[in-house]
Write a protein that binds this ligand. Structure first.
Ligand SMILES: NC(=O)c1ccc[n+]([C@@H]2O[C@H](COP(=O)([O-])OP(=O)(O)OC[C@H]3O[C@@H](n4cnc5c(N)ncnc54)[C@H](O)[C@@H]3O)[C@@H](O)[C@H]2O)c1
Ligand SMILES: [Zn+2]
Length: 362
């Protein structure tokens, strides 16, 4: 049974459709667009193209599909250029439509290409990873990485629709599923104590009957946060809360080198660090930190650095991260499990202690 959630953003509003298999729904959309005389192209990556060939063919029909290299590397200036070259080669005009079929990399890269090609064309998201289903496909942030840091170049560009077809997850490697669970656990910690308790009690797996419901619950949470603060301009709280664990996590990804940790793995370590920071600030107990660690570990996620990274490198990476405001680091901390807040006044030694506790060295 398919059902729908509307993300209310005025004229940029769109629907997220949920179902076990939405291939036919995507196909009808494509046919409708073709009927309107609009050119449709699809972007995916090599792994998705290989493992979901039939689904992609069924969704796109004979429309041109470009499969870029799999992995974070595609989200680069070079990868972006290649997508623009593809759109140019297909002579996509301003009524053209891009389908981004893949994980967060394809959504961010395809979305950014759609945001900038001819100053912006429409695009749809068909997420194929758990992370993309619960997080990156919703909210309109698109972008690419440059040497100075992740996602430093990008645009807000809302999709026209999102199709969350959970059958696509059947081919997702377990390590990628776990990485997506880091974002799911993040939603529990930042705003949904009941969800966290459920995950703590019964860890989720690809086969869990609860999976579809949990994905929907995360999308509702993200949609509500994005509706209230679409461009992350709220002085406190707002969309920034979705960055729980990410100030630490992005620094880990940047210093270790993109690709050493999956985004979700870095976020898991970051959530642990954020829990320790919250405990040192007196907000949560040591027992709460342990609950966070146990729940991450029960979902096959790392909670400590595999190899020590230097604290000064991590600190520099955090300062380069765009989430800093006029040079001051802002952290998302837990007030309690299931409630987060932004803090701009965190003492540097507490940050260092939190990093040390997850394995950072001097
Ligand atoms: N825009 C946002 O709001 C937002 C939010 C969170 C994360 N992100 C970004 O998302 C990216 C991470 O996304 P991701 O974790 O989905 O990574 P990803 O897109 O690289 O996908 C992970 C891996 O799984 C493979 N894969 C994808 N779907 C598959 C399937 N159904 N079967 C088999 N293999 C499959 C991919 O080829 C890739 O190797 C990062 O770049 C991050 O910055 C963006
Ligand atoms: Zn994330």
């Amino acid at each position: 049974m398919a059902d729908t959630l509307t993300v209310n953003l005025g004229e940029r509003s769109y629907d997220i459709r949920f179902g076990d298999n939405l291939v036919d729904d995507v196909r009808s959309l494509v046919s409708r667009l073709e009927g309107e005389g609009r050119k449709v192209v699809a972007l995916t990556d090599a792994n998705v193209f290989r493992t979901q060939r039939d689904a992609i063919r069924a969704m796109c029909g004979g429309n041109p599909t470009s499969a870029v290299e799999a992995g974070e590397n595609a989200k680069s200036l070079i990868g972006y250029g290649a997508v623009l070259d593809f759109l140019a080669s297909q002579k996509l005009d301003r009524r053209g439509v891009l389908l981004a079929i893949g994980g967060g990399v394809i959504g961010d890269l395809g979305g950014f290409a759609a945001a900038t090609w001819l100053r912006g064309i429409e695009f749809y998201q068909v997420p194929t990873t758990l992370l993309a289903m619960v997080d990156s496909s919703v909210g309109g942030k698109t972008g690419i990485n440059i040497t100075a840091g992740k996602n430093l170049v990008g645009a807000f560009h809302q999709p026209r629709g999102v199709f969350i077809s959970t059958a696509l997850l059947r081919t997702l490697p377990p390590r990628e599923f776990a990485a997506g669970m880091a974002e799911v656990i993040k939603y529990g910690l930042l705003g949904d104590a009941e969800l966290f308790a459920q995950l703590e009690r019964t860890p989720l797996s690809t086969g869990s009957a609860e999976l579809a419901g949990v994905i929907r619950r995360c999308c509702v949470a993200k949609a509500r946060i994005v509706e209230a603060d679409e461009r992350e301009t709220a002085a406190t709280g707002g969309r920034a809360l979705l960055n729980l664990g990410h100030t630490f996590g992005h620094a880990v990804e940047n210093v270790a080198g993109y690709g050493s940790y999956l985004h979700g793995e870095a976020v898991a370590i970051g959530l642990h660090a954020a829990a320790i920071l919250s405990q040192r600030l007196g907000n949560i107990s040591e027992a709460d930190v342990l609950r966070v660690v146990n729940t991450l570990e029960a979902h096959a996620l790392p909670v400590r650095l595999r190899q020590p990274l230097s604290f000064s490198d991590l600190r520099e990476a955090m300062l380069r991260d765009k989430k800093t405001r006029s040079g001051a680091l802002r952290f998302v901390v837990m007030q309690k499990i299931g409630q987060a807040a932004t803090r701009g006044d965190v003492p540097a030694e507490l940050v260092e202690q939190s990093f040390a506790a997850v394995g950072a060295g001097r």
